[in-house]
Design a protein around this ligand. Sequence first.
Ligand SMILES: *[C@@H]1O[C@H](CO)[C@@H](O)[C@H](O)[C@H]1NC(C)=O
Ligand SMILES: *[C@@H]1O[C@H](CO)[C@@H](O)[C@H](O)[C@H]1NC(C)=O
Ligand SMILES: *[C@@H]1O[C@H](CO)[C@@H](O)[C@H](O)[C@H]1NC(C)=O
Ligand SMILES: *[C@@H]1O[C@H](CO)[C@@H](O)[C@H](O)[C@H]1NC(C)=O
Ligand SMILES: *[C@@H]1O[C@H](CO)[C@@H](O)[C@H](O)[C@H]1NC(C)=O
Ligand SMILES: *[C@@H]1O[C@H](CO)[C@@H](O)[C@H](O)[C@H]1NC(C)=O
Length: 468
Amino acid sequence: MKFMSHILKWVCALCCIYNVLPSGLFLPVDCHGELEKTCSGNVELDVQIRDICEQASKEFPRAYTASITDYGAVGDGKTLNTHAFQNAINNLRSFANRGGLILRIPRGTWLTGSFNLTSHLTLYLDEGAVILGSQDPKEWPLIAPLPSYGRGRELPGPRHISLIHGEDLVDVVITGQNGTVDGQGSLWWQRFRNKTLDYTRGHLLELINSTAIVVKNITFLNSPFWNIHPVYCRDVFIQGVTILAPLNAPNTDGVDPDSSSNVCIQDCYIRNGDDAIAIKSGWDQYGIAFGRPSSNIVIQRVIGETTSSAGLALGSEISGGIHDVFVEDLTVVNSASGINVKTAVGRGGYVTNVTIANVQLDNVKYAVWFNSNFGDHPDNNYDQHAFSLVDEINIKDVSGKDIIHAGNMVGFMEAPFKGISLQHIHLNVHGGGFMWKCSSIQGFSSEVVPLPCPQLQGSLNQAVSQVS
Ligand SMILES: *[C@@H]1O[C@H](CO)[C@@H](O)[C@H](O)[C@H]1NC(C)=O
Ligand SMILES: *[C@@H]1O[C@H](CO)[C@@H](O)[C@H](O)[C@H]1NC(C)=O
Ligand SMILES: *[C@@H]1O[C@H](CO)[C@@H](O)[C@H](O)[C@H]1NC(C)=O
Ligand SMILES: *[C@@H]1O[C@H](CO)[C@@H](O)[C@H](O)[C@H]1NC(C)=O
Ligand SMILES: *[C@@H]1O[C@H](CO)[C@@H](O)[C@H](O)[C@H]1NC(C)=O
Ligand SMILES: *[C@@H]1O[C@H](CO)[C@@H](O)[C@H](O)[C@H]1NC(C)=O
């Protein structure tokens, strides 16, 4: 019975995806009630999405305010303020249970090494306030690798801590009048290029195992590595954030929700040297063993520009799985791909129930890029039989101009990607080469120009007969 009801839900969900009236199809009788529920439909989906963002955006009152100058910090861009930041947080920790606290960073340039946040804290950057990351690697001390990665992401062993760091926290807000966190990443990028890094570079902001995180109205510049990395987190709201790094700055991902759930990202502008947004969940056997998915992720009104990478990536680290992702109003310009699902043998995990709607692309090499050959392993002990399940990916209402290839879609021979649905897609493709390249991929399409490869030309009727 459970199995039947699951199938019915699936059929009904497909009806909604294709906006097909139930009367036009052969459907088991019981489906009609189910259809009313599911198809009425998008309403239910809208509510769930609104709930995720509403829940994640909750802010709590603060009883006290302090300024970083109370702790002897000097905003001249030269004085190193690491101790001031660390002392401030240590002293202010006691306010966590006394109604919370705002730590204000006034206008000025505040040079500092890494510091940790605490719970029930608002870090508030005034207009013209810049938190400037030290270029001395010792100011970014080493911490243990994440269990779901088994080692530093770029080099074995420990990794440099992020500039702004937090672990096991609840209720943290980073906001203000669009102040700046500047990682001064250039030395780190040069060390990456000349291969003199000893350990994995630090992020600008990493929060581990934390709940109720708000990052709003702030600018992140020149991160050494990924910019914003919530990992093992819940209820994360990122809104009105500008992220900038040179287009050739290596691994400067914008926002990477990783093994995290209930994440809402809205109204962000990201121009950087790697994926604008990449949803992740751990790496090969370490991520599989840790088994923590990313789920209930909502992304709305984001603009991305990244010459080498994707506007929206799922992967390549998906070993804990990714499910229930909703993306709308995504604009990607001058980039290698619009939407990129990437994985490799050994990753395992899955990507399911992803909806991406209303996408504008301009000057993009691959509008859609699904690849199963990303490679890049923590070590050689990955499972040669760990394929990733990719299913129920719905992409609709996409328009693109100056596109070189409509789609490059390559699943695993041993585990084809399936349930890919493409709807209302109009791409102005030029420049020769292939329009669509497909292998080990199965899916459905309607109103897609240029016409996709036969593997993606399934119709809804086929989809229904496959499940019933
Ligand atoms: C910050 O937290 C990390 C653990 O998350 C810890 O290793 C490090 O020592 C802390 N740094 C400071 C300055 O307290
Ligand atoms: C995560 O944080 C909570 C406190 O919010 C703590 O109780 C728990 O032990 C932490 N989990 C891990 C794995 O560190
Ligand atoms: C964001 O920062 C800008 C620039 O200082 C300011 O004008 C605006 O009021 C801020 N928005 C919010 C919602 O605080
Ligand atoms: C914040 O500052 C960035 C960088 O200067 C700017 O591009 C962005 O428009 C500003 N955002 C707001 C809300 O003022
Ligand atoms: C590599 O780059 C760093 C940072 O610019 C520089 O300090 C170092 O001397 C360079 N090393 C080599 C071997 O080129
Ligand atoms: C699919 O994900 C959406 C969020 O994008 C969620 O609202 C919906 O319930 C999920 N569907 C299923 C069948 O789990």
